[in-house]
Design a protein around this ligand. Structure first.
Ligand SMILES: NC(=O)c1ccc[n+]([C@@H]2O[C@H](COP(=O)([O-])OP(=O)(O)OC[C@H]3O[C@@H](n4cnc5c(N)ncnc54)[C@H](O)[C@@H]3O)[C@@H](O)[C@H]2O)c1
Length: 343
């Protein structure tokens, strides 16, 4: 039997060594996967999210269901644009070993129609966090940027390419924060890692993205919107677990300032993705033409830098990713499986 004194001592030791991470956007697709991953690895996670309405907040409540009561998790329902609420949260929590900043308005096409919200949240909201991170001396600040920052560059995309000409306001806001972070690194020594994510796939993937839409189209006969030539438009789908391993690596390495692609380096055409889904689910997919402004023809990452700095090894094939997602999807409640989304 463990004595009371010993128990207190153990808890004390374990809280002392437990690393504390702030995950913004913790109820979103990537944030909820990352939070769960970090909790399983023994981190203490403070999650921040305002459960916005880009897609149904019910989905976000569902995303955090499995860990919301975890003893090492604490949730702030806070808007990053609310400067005093963000400041209060930092004042209460004091310091973080790392901040992984994922909260944002994502989605390229929606940003063409609604640029204001992207500028307000993605730039000003990020700035509110960055200033607090400097004030409280965070160990490392990790920022989620995007492959769409590369616009019409030649593929494969390398981190050193000029990214001053993105195709939509969404990647333009991400570029602005990349640059802002550089100045905070330069002036205040903020340790910064910027990850340019390439089409992450995994459980809870955002309902407005291609894979969940295709699965639902094949299962329930919904129409899938084709927005580009399906033969020539390609995406570099990447298994989310490899990305989370890289994020954890960056948390521990505390780079000075690095921009790192996280992709699969193996782009797949939309027609191939559709064929794979039809094969797995078993029904043909009905399509309708719906041009979506702001989209790129191809995303394709060069991942040499991630391999060198983080031993990054994106070894999961698209078929495996579809399989993992589809098995997970079939286990979810009916309301979730049947979500119909117009975005
Ligand atoms: N999923 C992708 O394909 C992809 C690709 C490249 C980059 N990214 C980036 O990764 C990050 C996470 O993306 P995701 O796919 O998980 O998106 P998501 O929309 O599922 O998650 C974002 C979360 O941020 C929250 N949020 C938005 N505005 C907020 C605010 N003002 N205050 C607090 N919380 C707020 C939302 O409620 C949401 O839960 C984003 O920064 C996105 O730009 C995603």
């Amino acid at each position: 039997m463990v004595s009371e004194e010993k128990k207190t001592q153990t808890t004390h030791i374990s809280t002392k060594i437990m690393k504390k991470v702030l995950v913004t956007g913790a109820a979103g697709y990537i944030g909820s996967n990352l939070t769960e991953y970090l909790l399983n690895k023994g981190y203490y996670v403070v999650g921040l999210d305002n459960f916005n309405e880009y897609y149904d907040p019910k989905i976000k409540r569902f995303n955090i269901e499995s860990f919301k009561d975890h003893e090492n998790f604490k949730l702030y329902e806070t808007d990053i644009c609310d400067k005093s609420a963000v400041s209060n949260m930092f004042n209460e929590e004091k310091r973080f070993d790392s901040i992984v900043h994922l909260a944002a308005w994502a989605g390229v096409t929606y940003s063409v129609k609604n640029p204001d919200i992207y500028v307000d949240v993605n730039i000003t909201g990020s700035h509110n966090l960055i200033t607090q991170a400097v004030k409280y001396g965070v160990g490392s600040f990790i920022f989620a940027s995007t492959s769409s920052i590369y616009g019409d560059n030649k593929t494969p995309f390398v981190e050193t390419m000029n990214t001053d000409m993105p195709n939509a306001p969404y990647p333009a806001t991400k570029k602005a924060v990349e640059v802002l972070l550089y100045t905070y690194h330069k002036n205040f020594d903020l340790k910064t890692t910027i990850f340019r994510f390439f089409n992450p796939l995994g459980p809870k993937v955002r309902p407005d993205l291609a894979l969940p839409k295709l699965i639902r189209a094949s299962l329930y006969g919904y129409e899938f919107p084709i927005y580009m030539n399906p033969e020539s438009s390609k995406r570099d789908y990447t298994y989310i677990v490899h990305m989370m391993e890289a994020i954890e690596g960056a948390m521990n390495k505390q780079f000075d300032y690095e921009i790192i692609n996280l992709g699969n380096s193996n782009p797949v055409s939309l027609i191939d993705l559709m064929n794979s889904v039809e094969k797995v689910v078993g029904n043909p997919i009905k399509t309708k033409e719906l041009p979506l402004p702001g989209q790129m023809q191809i995303t394709y990452a060069n991942v040499d830098k991630a391999k060198e700095l983080l031993d990054y090894n994106p070894k999961t094939s698209l078929d495996e990713m579809i399989d993992i997602y589809y098995k997970w999807f079939l286990d979810q409640p009916e309301w979730y499986r049947k979500i119909k989304l117009e975005k």
